[in-house]
Design a protein around this ligand. Structure first.
Ligand SMILES: [Zn+2]
Length: 273
C-alpha cells in the first residue's frame, strides 16, 4: 500500500534546499513519485550522526513553485513512502509583534489558515477522516528544538501562532494590522496545508520560523519599512548557516522513541472503519 514501508530509508524529512544538506553526509538522491504526482524536487538522502535524513526543496530547485502551487500532498507523501516519521519544516516569516525581531526563531505551536483553494487533505472520499489539528505541532520535537537552540545560543521563541496567507502577494497594511491585533505572532505562506497533511499521515511536524521582516510595517513606528522579497532573501541567507546548524543539532537531540501522540492522530478520526 502506498504510504507504508517496512524498513525506513529516512527517519527525518526536511523541507529545504541545498543550503540545508551541505553539512550532512549525502548518500544519494531519488526521483520519487506519488499518486499526487511528483514532489517539488528530487529527494536527497543524507545522514547526520547516524540518523537518516531526507530533503525535498519545497519550492523546487529553481524556486519554480510559488507558495500556492507547491505540490504539498506529493511532498508529504514522498517522505511517508521513505518511512519518514518526523518532518522539519523551516520557513521565512514576517513578524506581527515588536518583540519578535528579524533574526529570531519561532517554534510555532498553532496556525491559523487564511489560504484558499489549496488541496489540503488526503481524504477526499469515500473514506471520511476528520483529523484533530488542535495541537498540530509535535511537542516532543518542539522541546528538542528549544534545547538545540539553547545549546547554540540562538534567540528563539518556544511557541507562537503563525497565520498562513494565500500569497504570492504580501499583506496590505490593513490586513497586517488585523492579523497583529488578533495576537498572532508571525505570518507565512507555506505552513498550511503542509503541517495538516503531515498530521493526516500521522507524522510529527516541527516548524522552524525564521523571522526576516516586520510584514507590512510596525504600528506606531513609521521607520519600519514594509516587507520586500529582496529583504526576505537577504535576511534568510544571512541566517542560513545558523538554521542549518540548528537542524543538525535537533536531529541529534530528538529521542529515537516517539513519546508524542502524533503517531496515532487518526485513531479517533475515522467515521468508517
Ligand atoms: Zn510527534
Amino acid at each position: 500500500m502506498e504510504g507504508r514501508t517496512v524498513k525506513p530509508r529516512a527517519e527525518f524529512g526536511v523541507f529545504g534546499g541545498s543550503g540545508f544538506y551541505k553539512l550532512a553526509k549525502g548518500t544519494g538522491s531519488i526521483s520519487a513519485t506519488t499518486r499526487y504526482g511528483k514532489p517539488s524536487g528530487k529527494v536527497t538522502l543524507a545522514a547526520i550522526e547516524g540518523r537518516k535524513v531526507a530533503f525535498i526543496p519545497r519550492h523546487g530547485v529553481h524556486h519554480e513553485f510559488p507558495p500556492h502551487a507547491v505540490p504539498y500532498r506529493a511532498n508529504v507523501l514522498a517522505f511517508k513512502k521513505l518511512g519518514v516519521s518526523r518532518i522539519i519544516g523551516p520557513n521565512a516569516v514576517g513578524s506581527l509583534k515588536g518583540e519578535v525581531a528579524p533574526g529570531d526563531l519561532v517554534f510555532c505551536d498553532q496556525f491559523v489558515n487564511f489560504t484558499s483553494g489549496r488541496k489540503d487533505t488526503f481524504y477526499d472520499g469515500p473514506e471520511t477522516t476528520h483529523v484533530s489539528t488542535a495541537s498540530p505541532y509535535c511537542p516532543q520535537m518542539r522541546k528538542a528544538a528549544a534545547e538545540a537552540a539553547d545549546a547554540l545560543a540562538l534567540k528563539f521563541h518556544g511557541s507562537g501562532t503563525v497565520v498562513v496567507i494565500q500569497g504570492p502577494r504580501f499583506s496590505t497594511k490593513a490586513e497586517s494590522r488585523f492579523f497583529s491585533r488578533q495576537g498572532w505572532d508571525v505570518i507565512n505562506m507555506t505552513q498550511y496545508p503542509e503541517v495538516a497533511l503531515a498530521r493526516e499521515q500521522e507524522m510529527c511536524y516541527l516548524n522552524i520560523s525564521l523571522v526576516t521582516d516586520y510584514d507590512a510595517g510596525l504600528e506606531g513606528d513609521p521607520s519600519v519599512k514594509p516587507v520586500s522579497h529582496g529583504e526576505v532573501i537577504k535576511v534568510f541567507n544571512r541566517n542560513l548557516e545558523n538554521l542549518t546548524r540548528l537542524i543538525g543539532e535537533i536531529v541529534k537531540r530528538v529521542p529515537e522513541e516517539r513519546t508524542c501522540d502524533c503517531g496515532s492522530a487518526l485513531e479517533h478520526a475515522r467515521l468508517s472503519a
